[in-house]
Design a protein around this ligand. Structure first.
Ligand code: ADP
Ligand code: MG
Length: 346
């Protein structure tokens, strides 16, 4: 019931504000001669999906296809859906699945190793205890956290030709990559259609499919982490890539005058405290952009930048003092638009 109420609220705010619940959103499409824009809003993966498809005629059928693609993926990776692969994996400690899903788990393992465990999908026991963003969110007792931490170890997850096995008692949570992964699945789907240009936002992850006409780029707003959901502090000029943001403002629990956000440090079991308010990642892969945004949020600027070099990804980091760090490959695409922030190094 509560869930249905939340979804209804999400849909209403989507209709009214257009950009509600998005961390990164597209301000305009910069098209000179606009083709037909087909728009659709729906709710999946616990967030609002915004679809904008550009073509020479109505593309409602493709919009429906995009929604179906995302909902199918949700049916595989959801922790709560009893018919999902991840539900079954968490219940039985192992599962036989398709190569594609097993490959996602295995790529999560690579990122886990490369970032020294800052990103770790075996945080499942911890995240369901905190449950931040849900009705029954709470601050767990220290002892519970200590106990749950003994199950957090990404190196124990094994994959072999579609089979996935967890370590004893482990639970996985793909919340840190699901929305970015959805962008990749949508791109694969759009490539089977005649569509050449589209912008699909899945919560904090955005797919910029193709270039705008005449090689013009889209303007993607980077949300002001201290502002309302429609306020932004900078703009990225981009095309044909994926953009994901992790921020400390998206899902928050307030208890005894303290605020707790939903990105946990797998070393402590508590919300990460690396001095950042948000990290926005730009790269070719939605999966990577999402995984890296979570990893970099936990790592902080210095270690985060090192990780990004390995993956050829770019970022905008915003720290608690409102300093903005933009990686070299993105500087020429980024404009600061809010006076409340300063570019680091200036
Ligand atoms: P959002 O889900 O808001 O897009 P993120 O991509 O940063 O934000 O993912 C955060 C989610 O990932 C959490 O809600 C939780 O399910 C999971 N998670 C939290 N901390 C970690 C972590 N250190 N490593 C992997 N997954 C995490
Ligand atoms: Mg993420």
């Amino acid at each position: 019931m509560e869930n249905r109420k939340t979804i209804k609220t999400l849909l209403v705010s989507a209709a009214v504000l257009l950009v509600a619940a998005l961390l990164v959103f597209v301000i305009n499409d910069s098209l000179d001669k606009k083709p037909v824009e087909t728009q659709k809003y729906c709710v999946a993966m616990g967030t609002v999906i915004t679809e904008k498809i550009y073509s020479d005629k109505d593309a409602s059928d493709v919009c429906d296809g995009v929604e179906k693609t995302i909902k199918n993926l949700e049916g595989v990776i959801s922790r709560r859906d009893e018919s999902s692969v991840i539900y079954s994996l968490n219940k039985n400690g192992k599962v036989k699945t398709d190569e594609k899903t097993a490959d996602v788990i295995s790529r999560c393992g690579e990122i886990y190793s490369d970032c020294g465990g800052a990103f770790d999908i075996t945080v499942g026991k911890l995240t369901s205890m905190w449950n931040i963003g849900e009705e029954n969110a709470r601050v767990p007792e220290e002892k519970e956290i200590k106990d749950a931490l003994t199950y957090v170890d990404g190196s124990l997850v094994k994959t072999n030709q579609g089979a996935v096995m967890l370590g004893e008692g482990q639970k996985v949570d793909l919340g840190a990559v699901g929305k970015g992964l959805a962008c990749d699945y949508v791109r694969d789907y759009l490539e089977t259609t005649p569509i050449k240009s589209a912008v699909i936002s899945v919560g904090g992850s955005v797919l910029l499919f193709g270039d705008s006409e005449k090689d013009k780029k889209w303007s993607v707003a980077v949300r002001d982490p201290s502002g309302e959901s429609d306020e932004y502090m900078g703009v990225l000029s981009l095309s044909d890539c994926c953009v994901s943001t992790s921020g400390d403002y998206e899902r928050v629990l307030e208890s005894d005058g303290k605020k707790y956000h939903h990105i946990l440090d797998p070393k402590t079991g508590y919300p990460s405290d690396s001095g950042l308010k948000s990290v926005t990642i730009v790269c070719d892969s939605g999966f990577l952009s999402d995984a890296l945004s979570t990893a970099c949020f936990v790592l902080g600027v210095k270690e985060g930048e090192k990780l990004l070099r390995k993956y050829n990804a770019e970022a905008v980091f915003i720290d608690n003092e409102n300093r903005v760090y933009v990686t070299d490959g993105l500087i020429s695409s980024f404009s600061l638009t809010s006076e409340g922030y300063t570019l680091a190094g200036e």
